[in-house]
Design a protein around this ligand. Sequence first.
Ligand code: ADP
Ligand code: MG
Length: 235
Amino acid sequence: MTLLAVEGLQTFYGKSHVLREVSFAVPAGEITVLLGRNGAGKTTTLRSVMGLTPPRAGTVRFKDRDITGQPPHRVFRLGVGYVPEGRQIFPHLDVGENLRLAERAAGGGPGWTLERIFEYFPLLRERWRQRGRSLSGGEQQMLAIARALAGNPELLMLDEPSQGLAPRLVRELESILVRLRGEGVTILLVEQNARMALAVSDQVLVLGKGTLVFAGPTAEFHRREPELRGRYLAV
Ligand SMILES: Nc1ncnc2c1ncn2[C@@H]1O[C@H](COP(=O)(O)OP(=O)(O)O)[C@@H](O)[C@H]1O
Ligand SMILES: [Mg+2]
């Protein structure tokens, strides 16, 4: 089953035409990885889905429902979690307040209770009363993911979550993503760190300059990797 389907996306910043006819599908229950060089349009793709930069043409369908251009809070409420580049947690609020805000925005309900979130991120329980800005980079990244989970997403989109993390934390992040998939969370992962992303991916998408140049299972990506890596990925 396809959870998210994007068709013919055309996204602009002012006159600058960034995404050109981008189409892809994200199957439910899988980890789909979106790779591409700096400036290829990865973040813009996530922003287009989320309604932060609505596309000028094309459609975004989530669970067979047209959500093109819907405002971000609505897309979030429908079950799309988003962990933006650079984390963007609330620095002046403590860990508990960061999580409670997300929980409230999602309208409560069963699913990702704080207890369940702490099973994934035990450190956040210890840091409960600490302000966001006093956390380490790795802890902030974990908080950003925890906050997205508190919204009970069916689809979790993450923008370069491994950025700036120590290798040990990158491996921990990999195992968290795999565990989340095991619990039925569908993941769309944007990464420049291809090694990390390919260690967990089921499906791979590669963006060239604003156009999709590859979509296929990870094994097929590996067969074509020498060519794709040279032309479209950071070496
Ligand atoms: N807010 C913006 N205003 C104008 N141009 C932008 C803006 N954000 C990104 N761009 C441009 O859009 C292109 C794609 O950017 P982005 O989606 O951030 O790429 P990536 O995430 O793959 O590095 C780049 O050329 C970038 O300079
Ligand atoms: Mg980006």
